[in-house]
Design a binder for this molecule. Sequence first.
Ligand SMILES: CC(C)(COP(=O)(O)OP(=O)(O)OC[C@H]1O[C@@H](n2cnc3c(N)ncnc32)[C@H](O)[C@@H]1OP(=O)(O)O)[C@@H](O)C(=O)NCCC(=O)NCCS
Length: 146
Amino acid sequence: MSHTKHSSPPLGVPTIRVVAMPTDTNPAGDVFGGWIMSQMDLAAGTTAAFRANGRCVTVAINSLVFLEPVVVGDEVSIYTNIVRSGRTSLTIHVETWRRARHTHITSKVTEGEFIFVALDEERRPRELPPPQPGDSLPAPVSEKTL
Ligand SMILES: CC(C)(COP(=O)(O)OP(=O)(O)OC[C@H]1O[C@@H](n2cnc3c(N)ncnc32)[C@H](O)[C@@H]1OP(=O)(O)O)[C@@H](O)C(=O)NCCC(=O)NCCS
């Protein structure tokens, strides 16, 4: 039996997992979209820095869709996937999934495309190092293999 409301599983490598707290809400009591965006930016930045082997900055967020609300207590998981490597830039697809605290059911709540640029010491765009096998973030060890 599937525990996800979506037909496809999360796309990408699990990069950040965090619990939504009361301090993360908007005045209406739902989790603030800006907080979710910042988690997505942090996750994409982690992936970019790893691939670029150094400092990176966000240059653009090309798309961002909020599909469902997140509520306090939800476990929020961010997945990242590099979909394009340019000369100095990386385009990263980012998905956010929620799991209501007391259930197994997960659902996708946002997805977007973040663009990062690798920088040198003078904050100028820096050419990306050549791709290496396995230069995505390491996937976590499956519980089944523990
Ligand atoms: C990132 C920054 C150094 C890029 O400077 P720039 O003069 O635009 O650099 P370039 O024109 O050489 O572009 C560098 C790369 O970024 C890409 N890029 C620049 N602007 C872009 C945009 N709006 N959308 C998508 N890609 C963009 C270019 O296509 C290029 O990619 P490539 O080398 O893979 O082909 C500069 O814009 C900057 O410092 N911005 C502020 C970043 C920041 O503070 N972010 C928030 C905190 S992390």
